[in-house]
Design a protein around this ligand. Structure first.
Ligand code: FPP
Length: 240
């Protein structure tokens, strides 16, 4: 049973294993991503039911461009069909969508659909659903360093005045529009034990839960198990 008093405010998920799921079933990789998208929709709904305030999913990394053109275009097609077909439901469910990452590099139809979704959900006050797209933790930090360096160059900031909060504020999660707290819980599926360039700064004190289940098989029950694991841990933040 989950303790409602100890729900994480922000859960982030590395949705890994779509390719292996498809391979196991003798299906093309894109069938795995399609199944992964369906799993993701259930987790969005369930997050809202559990009273989680922020859910971040790693949908496409800065490294994922190395995959075949067919797979990359296929993932973006899925994204467009997801946001277009689910927009009404997201609005009805009071979900606010935000993007982490430089999504201007995505195909034009994806950018258009995403911007429509951002616009139409921006007033919603329920779950904030952050989709990391063309996102990389190192790229995010590099951008933050550049933004602060510009201020130093302008003479509006002294190097020794730079604080951790200023760095946080320059990250995708820190901009006023997104304003997501650091995730208390990061889940990775498919048995891989890595962060893979996901939320490098924000994960400093996150509890990590690894599930052996491949992402398309990650059900709300598995999700609750991961949250129960998080709730069983004692968080000390370096204190005693
Ligand atoms: C990792 O599995 C998954 C991805 C790189 C893509 C995630 C995409 C979705 C869940 C569906 C689409 C949803 C949106 C919002 C675009 P993998 O392909 O690395 O699996 P493998 O490690 O088994 O090959």
């Amino acid at each position: 049973m989950l303790n409602k008093e100890r729900m994480p405010v922000h859960v982030a998920i590395i949705m890994d294993g779509n390719g292996r799921w498809a391979k196991q079933k003798g299906l093309p990789r894109l069938a795995g991503h399609n199944a992964g998208m369906k799993a993701m929709k259930k987790i969005v709904d369930h997050s809202d039911k559990l009273g989680i305030k922020y859910l971040t999913v790693y949908a496409f990394s800065t490294e994922n461009w190395k995959r075949s053109i067919a797979e990359v275009t296929g993932i973006f097609k899925l994204l467009v069909s997801y946001v277009n077909s689910d927009l009404k439901e997201l609005v009805q469910n009071n979900v606010r969508v935000k993007i982490l990452g430089d999504y201007s590099a995505l195909p034009e139809d994806a950018v258009r659909s995403l911007e429509k979704t951002l616009e139409e959900t921006k007033g919603n006050t329920g779950l904030q659903f952050n989709i990391a797209l063309n996102y990389g933790g190192r790229d995010e930090l590099r951008r933050a360093v550049e933004a602060l360096a510009v201020r130093v160059k302008n003479g509006t900031l002294q190097p020794e005045e730079i604080t951790e909060d200023m760095i946080s504020a320059e990250l995708y999660t820190g901009c006023a529009d997104v304003a997501a707290p650091d995730p208390e819980l990061i889940i990775r599926t498919s048995g891989e034990l890595r962060l893979s360039n996901f939320l490098l700064w924000q994960s400093a004190y996150s509890e990590l839960v690894f599930s052996d289940v491949l992402w398309p098989d990650f059900t709300p029950e598995e999700y609750e198990k991961a949250i129960a694991d998080y709730q069983s841990r004692e968080r000390r933040f370096g204190g005693r």
